[in-house]
Structure formats: structure tokens, C-alpha cells
Design a protein around this ligand. Sequence first.
Ligand SMILES: Nc1ncnc2c1ncn2[C@@H]1O[C@H](COP(=O)(O)OP(=O)(O)OP(=O)(O)O)[C@@H](O)[C@H]1O
Ligand SMILES: [Mg+2]
Length: 300
Amino acid sequence: MIDILGIGCATVDDFLRVDVFPTKDTKQAVLGEDRQGGGLAATALVAASRLGMRCAYFDMLGDDDLSRWVIADLQNEGLDTSLIIRHPDARPIHAVIIVAKDGSRTILYSTAGRSVGDDDIPSLDMMTSARLLFMDDVNTNALGGLARAAADARAAGIPVVADLELSHYPPLIDQIDHLIVSARWAAEETGRSTLPEAVEALWSAHRAAVVVTCGSEGAWYMDAQHRPTHQPAFAISVVDTTGCGDVFHGAYAVGLLEALPLNERVRLAAAAAALKATQLGGRPGIPTRAQVAEFLRTHD
Ligand SMILES: Nc1ncnc2c1ncn2[C@@H]1O[C@H](COP(=O)(O)OP(=O)(O)OP(=O)(O)O)[C@@H](O)[C@H]1O
Ligand SMILES: [Mg+2]
């Protein structure tokens, strides 16, 4: 039995550190380069894995170097990759991120290659091997399949936690129990100008919880017991907020499986995301369960 099955995006992020952002038709040496894993679902699962949960990742990947790199990276983090389906034409999303000394980040990315379609999304049998289903909507080719999977999971009593960033597809939105989205997505979806209003507009009696995150402003949440309530961001010395939203999602899912009440789940998620922000890159700062427990004990 696994704890969390994640369906969604895993990326290969190649960072090129340069002095200044290049001007066209010039040559410039890079000061440093490194490769990191990213992606909403993949980073959320890595966070949940470091926090102690057994996680499995589902996607379609190929036989190329980038696909093999993603699988090795996820296995290195303790994830079960046995559910990944392989197709010779499939590729992970590949990003090249140019980071200049002034802090600017310019992301060039490729979505070339085949990706999962509606019919490839796991069946109920696969989902019932997990205690929680996590999904993101980066692959907008499979929104119908995701909506079907979410409906099946809920009907089987498996909670569905989702990060929606790119799509506004009501059949999928309606099936999400724990809808955790950014302030930007919430504003686009609801047209409401304040976050408490947006949270309320996203709430419905069919949901278990709504959380809207707003970076250094923290998050707003509500459920059947709470009116829209604010969780401030923890004050830490910020180095890099890449992936904070993904880590927030993964830690929230962990809190749900630990049966924490909503306010404590959101506090756990905010603490894990804050610790991530103290280190450079999307993955290095992701804490263990003991580290986040110690942080929560020593911070209000
Ligand atoms: N500067 C910060 N200081 C402390 N905590 C932060 C900071 N930025 C983000 N966080 C934490 O991470 C959570 C999620 O961040 P944010 O709202 O930026 O996610 P996002 O918009 O989904 O971004 P992304 O997906 O690119 O990481 C916030 O609710 C907050 O708890
Ligand atoms: Mg996000």
C-alpha cells in the first residue's frame, strides 16, 4: 500500500548562471550550471516523501536521457516509479533557466514529445492502492481523464488534493476535495478582488477544504468549520522561493494523512514551504518531518 499517488508534471530544470542576461548575437561564458528536478506533482511528492510518506508517481515518460534522469531522481528521493508508463516518443518537460547576477530568472521550456491522454490516466484499481490522490493540471491534454480519476477516487473514499495552475475546467474543478491554488489562479477563476472572497467563491459543500496561497502573504483557507482564515507566512530569511507552492501542497497532503485539523495542516504546509525557501533551488531546502516539527515548535 502506498500513501500518495501523484499524477502530473515532473520536469528537468537546467540552470545556467550568468553575469548579465545575454544580448542577442553575442557570446558569453556561463559562470555555473546545474540540473535539478522540478514540476508540481513531482516536487509535491518529493516533499511528502521526505516528510515520511510512501509516494508513487504516475506519468508517461520515454527512453531518452531526460526521462531516465527524472526516474533516477525520483527513485533517489524514495518514490515508487513502477507505475510510470513508457512510450518511445514521450519526454519530460525540459526547462533551461538563465539566472543573472541581478536575480532575474528567464525560463525557456520545451513540452516536445508525447504526453498522457485522457485514456492513459490510471484506473480505479491503481488509485485504490493509495490512501490519497494528488494531481496537477499541467498536462492540459488529459483534463477529462483527470476529472474521471478524481470522481472515481472520491467515490472510493480516497481524498483528492489538487494544484490547478493552467486550466479552468469545471468538470475537474468540481471533483477536487482539497483545492489548493495560487492567488493568481483564484483571481482568474473567481474574478473576486480579495482573497477571503475568492476562497469563499471556490468553496462548495462538496469540498473538504479550499486553500489559496499568496507567497510571502501566506495563505487563506476555509472548510465547513472555518470561515475564511489567514495563515501568515513564516518570517525566515528567504533565499529562493522556487517550488514553495509545490512543497506546500505535498506537506498539506501529509498533514491530511496524519489526520491533522485544517488549521494545523495549513500551518505544517506553510512551515515546510518556508524551510524550502531558506535554500537555493526547488528541492534542497525541503525538510524532513523532524526538521519541520522542530521549526513549528520554535516558531509561532
Ligand atoms: N517569501 C516567503 N516567505 C515565507 N513563506 C513563503 C514565501 N513565499 C512563499 N511562502 C510559502 O509558500 C506558500 C506557497 O507560495 P506561493 O503562494 O508563492 O505558491 P505558488 O504561487 O504556487 O508558487 P510556485 O508554484 O511557483 O512555487 C505560501 O503560502 C507561503 O506559506
Ligand atoms: Mg504553484
